[in-house]
Design a protein around this ligand. Structure first.
Ligand code: SF4
Length: 192
């Protein structure tokens, strides 16, 4: 069974796919405990793989994009089965991960890695985009893990706080070929 926090239909607010409608499947629990974490990934229910696919269909209809998030979605043993079932249902699966759990992913799965600690090299190599959380500083030390890759690196100000926004904007302007700004745009318009 999958441990679930919530499933809802909204719009991706961050990164490359910002503005794209998507069904979010938030899996419960995380293997890290970041001090700035503002995500409620507490366990609300258990669900089967088939049950989650059915709920995605019920909420999102033909929406092609499904985002598995958390917590840490890849920390659950059935997450690979869920990914395959969603692909078989015709969905484009996106995963938002802290990159600590090495998992083989199909070529068409989009992987966003937001490193905090214990980043696994295989996941750094597999990432389609990188999201660095700017919280009082730009954690540039993670860039070594993505050296030689041309993935987009987004700077995302923690909590959309003005001081963090300024830091992120300054860093992006200083390295325009390296960084892009990512704001949690869904929060500006009051959607999840
Ligand atoms: S990895 Fe993400 S979800 Fe997990 S504790 Fe850190 S910020 Fe929260």
């Amino acid at each position: 069974m999958l441990a679930l926090a919530e499933i809802f239909y909204s719009v991706q607010g961050e990164g490359t796919w910002s503005g794209t409608p998507a069904v979010f499947v938030r899996l419960a629990g995380c293997n890290l405990n970041c001090r700035f974490c503002d995500t409620d990934y507490s366990l609300q229910s258990f669900g089967s793989v088939a049950g989650v696919v059915a709920r995605v269909r019920e909420l999102g209809g033909d929406c092609p994009m499904v985002i598995l998030t958390g917590g840490e979605p890849l920390a659950q043993t059935e997450s690979s089965a869920l990914i395959e079932a969603l692909r078989a249902d015709g969905r484009r699966v996106h995963i938002e991960s802290n990159g600590t759990v090495p998992v083989e992913l199909a070529h068409d799965v989009w992987l966003t890695v937001s490193p905090k600690e214990r980043l696994h090299p295989a996941m750094a190599q597999r990432a389609n985009e990188v999201k660095l959380i700017v919280d009082g500083r730009v954690p540039e030390e993670w860039l070594e893990s993505f050296a030689g890759r041309s993935v987009a690196v987004f700077l995302q100000p923690e909590g959309n706080k003005p001081a963090n926004v300024q830091l992120a904007v300054d860093a992006a302007k200083a390295q325009p070929d390296r960084y892009r700004l990512s704001l949690q745009t869904h929060k500006f318009i009051g959607v999840r």
